[in-house]
Each structure stands twice: as structure tokens, then as C-alpha cells.
Ligand binder design. Sequence first.
Ligand SMILES: [Zn+2]
Length: 270
Amino acid sequence: MVDILSLPTVPELIRTAEDMYRLGWNERNSGNISCLLSQEESQHIADRSVIRTFPLGLAADGIAGRYMLITSTGSYFKNMRRCPEDCLGIVRISDDGQNAELVLGFENGGRPTSELPAHVMSHLSRLEVDKGHSVVLHCHPANIMAMTYVHELDDAKFSHTLWRMCTEGIIVFPDGVSVLPWMPCGTKGIGRATAEKMREFRIVIWAHHGIYGVGSTLDEAFGLVETVEKAAQIFMLTSHLPHINTISDANLAELAEVFDVAYRKDFIKS
Ligand SMILES: [Zn+2]
């Protein structure tokens, strides 16, 4: 019998979920995380038979045969360490790309997050542009959400504002952020819109709801969201005050040069 905690990505995900909870990003049962497992890790569970099957409702040929660790619907991030077998599941994407086949976890009737379509479609999009991609995470950081009430929901303008809020912004997310208008969550529509943006961006913000971040590791995806949220916090702390000093566009260009990052120059002209 394989213990779900024996897979190295599982304790890593639990630690990340706890950090997200402690930062106030994942109240109640909100948020979800999925990680595509490496070939090496997948070998440990390759002989397991299918326990239950969840139809994806979409064609995920690009990740057919891959194993994915994913949080369950209704689970609380703060409780994940206490019941990892209930809160987490490992699914294999079926050979025809139509189903998620449970091979471990989701005990006591658990199911994948209701945002499964957004996760699967985002994984497919990111793998097209980043072979090392592995992680998709979603949460509700307060300052990012607050900013979507008071700032224009325009990719270029939103990114430009965030870059100017802290020096490390343009270094950590030179590709900027994308902002989707409010849409109902848990639907294929928002999943499709998110995945479409993921071809260009590693951060997709859902107005008045939260944020999606991706990366090759849990730390990378987490750190990306953390940096965007910090920039949003500075905006919310200062947007009602006169700015007598700022990071100028010339400063942003200088930073990009010093740190040798390819940033969205078209966003600075906005
Ligand atoms: Zn959410």
C-alpha cells in the first residue's frame, strides 16, 4: 500500500497550502492547487489500479497518461495536514484525454476541485510554452481582489501599475499579469478564458475573486503570487494618497536592463 505522503510533492503541497492559509489567501474551503508529477515520482504509483473516474468534459490529450496531484472540492487548506488522504488525490489523465482516473487519495468520497477544468486547461496551455511547467494554484489574496474594484481591468495598465509599486515587480513578473472581467467561477467558460491568457501570462487575475499563478515548482508559483500581492498591497496602501515619489518608466527600463529580463515593453507605453 502506497502512502500518499511518501510522494515528495505531497508534503511540499501541504506546506504551501498552509502558508497560503496563514497569509489569509485561502479562507474556509477556498483555493485549489494541482501539480503534474514528474516521471520519476509517477513511477511509484504506476502499478496502481483505477479507483474512480471523473469525466473532464474536455479533451486533455496534451497531458494524457500524466499523473496529477490535486486538491479536493470542499477541503480546507488549514486542515490538509490532518487528513491528506481525504483532501488530496492523485489522478491519471486517461489515454484518450477524456477522464481523470483516481489512483490514490480522495478517501471518504472526495472529488477533485470544482475548478478542475481551469486547472487542466491551464496545464495544457502552459506546457505549450514552458516544458518545465508543473504547478497551477488558485487563491484569494485580499489586496489583489481589492485592486480589481478600483483599478481599470486592463492587462497593460494593471501590470504597469503593479510594476511601479515595488522594485522587484518587473524582475519577478516581467511578463506582467492578465485580468479577466468578473465571470461565474467553476465553469468551462472561465477555465477557457484563463487558459487562453496562460499562453502569454503566468498570472491571471479573476476580477473580484482571486488569482491563478503557475510555475515549474510550488515555490515558484507561490512566490510569484506573493510578489504580485505585495505590489497590490502597496497600491492599496497608497492609492488614496498623493504620490510625491514613484518608480518611473525610465527606472523600470533600467531595472530590466540590470537584471536582464525581457519585459512587456508595450505595457510601459500605456
Ligand atoms: Zn476561488
